[in-house]
Ligand binder design. Structure first.
Ligand code: NAP
Length: 293
């Protein structure tokens, strides 16, 4: 079994981006600038945004975090987004999800300019991805593709079972892995909470991508020998640790790992790859803007 080390791979990609940024600034250009909008007081969201800020620093980007109380109205938030869309100093920005219940997430996602939508959530970018056109790919599936590519994992004609059909992970992942390209050319099955006898699908999979948010759902007896298993899940479960919790993936590592050819750990697998993909998209947004000037 080979561990797909997302942390190490992300560091390598970060070094490559940092070199590109150094080249950009040595030509007298300003570095890429990523802004993040954080609404409310959710601990996990704060951690994600802090990690993104840290990654920006590591690659030489400018970064800004705009924080708002969860009492912010939808109209106020939309006007913040309008400001970012029209701010020439900002190349890309993200609105950290989830948002408070009184705010329509779809409205917010639709308000982000597709040229600055480095999360790849805007319908224009989703459409471009579906058609195989150039755009911003959503960070988590993009990070998984990069991991498969860097480890040279064979995907041609493989049966890939994707557990979960969210707009940010499962659906785009299914789209990307069924593309006529590498990594891709898979025969994809998408499972969800209404799938009956899910283990019948997972047992026939060459590649499993687990993105359901149910800690340790996938067990060893649900996986065939030699499978590649990518664990996207991140769930905080109460634990006797200094932070009061620990992070669990969707895969029971102890029983699944011995059967795998490759597997991602949690933490240190998909998480760092997601962040580095956001960095890549922001760099790309800056480059596209420079080309237009
Ligand atoms: P989500 O929007 O809650 O979607 C979960 C999906 O899993 C849904 O499609 C749901 O089915 C399906 N599901 C739930 N329980 C199931 C079960 N018992 N059997 C089969 N399918 C089941 O979640 P998400 O945003 O995609 O995230 C999934 C997990 O990945 C979470 O733990 C999240 O924290 C993590 N995540 C990690 C990263 C990273 O960078 N590592 C990034 C994003 C998300 P229905 O559609 O039928 O409801």
């Amino acid at each position: 079994m080979i561990l797909l080390n997302g942390k190490e791979t992300a560091e390598a990609v970060k070094r490559e981006i940092a070199e590109e940024v150094a080249r950009m600034t040595s030509r007298g250009e300003r570095p890429p600038h990523l802004a993040a909008v954080l609404v409310g007081d959710d601990g996990a969201s704060k951690t994600y945004v802090a990690n993104k800020e840290k990654a920006c620093k590591a690659v030489g980007f400018n970064s800004t975090v705009l924080t708002f109380p969860d009492t912010i109205s939808e109209a106020e938030l939309l006007s913040v987004i309008d400001g970012l869309n029209n701010n020439d100093e900002v190349d890309g920005f993200i609105v950290q999800l989830p948002l408070p219940k009184h705010i329509d997430e779809n409205k917010v996602i639709n308000a982000v300019s597709p040229e600055k939508d480095v999360d790849g959530f805007h319908p224009v970018n989703v459409g471009r991805m579906s058609l195989g056109e150039d755009g911003f790919l959503p960070a988590t599936p993009f990070g998984i593709l990069t991991l498969l590519e860097r480890y040279k994992i064979d995907t041609y004609g493989k049966h890939c079972v994707i557990m979960g059909r969210s707009n940010i992970v499962g659906r785009p992942m299914a789209n990307l892995l069924s593309r006529k390209s590498y990594p891709g050319d898979c025969t994809v099955t998408v499972c969800h909470s209404h799938t009956r006898n899910i283990e019948e699908y997972t047992r026939s999979a060459d590649i499993i991508i687990a993105a359901i948010g149910v800690p340790e759902f996938l067990k060893g007896d649900m996986v065939k020998e030699g499978a590649v298993v990518i664990d996207v899940g991140i769930t905080r479960v109460p634990a006797d640790t200094p932070k009061g919790y620990r992070i669990l993936g969707d895969v029971e590592f102890s029983s699944v790992a011995p059967k795998c050819s490759y597997i991602t750990p949690v933490p240190g697998g998909v998480g760092p790859m997601t962040i580095v993909s956001l960095m890549y998209n922001t760099f790309k947004a800056r480059e596209l803007k420079l080309k237009k000037q």
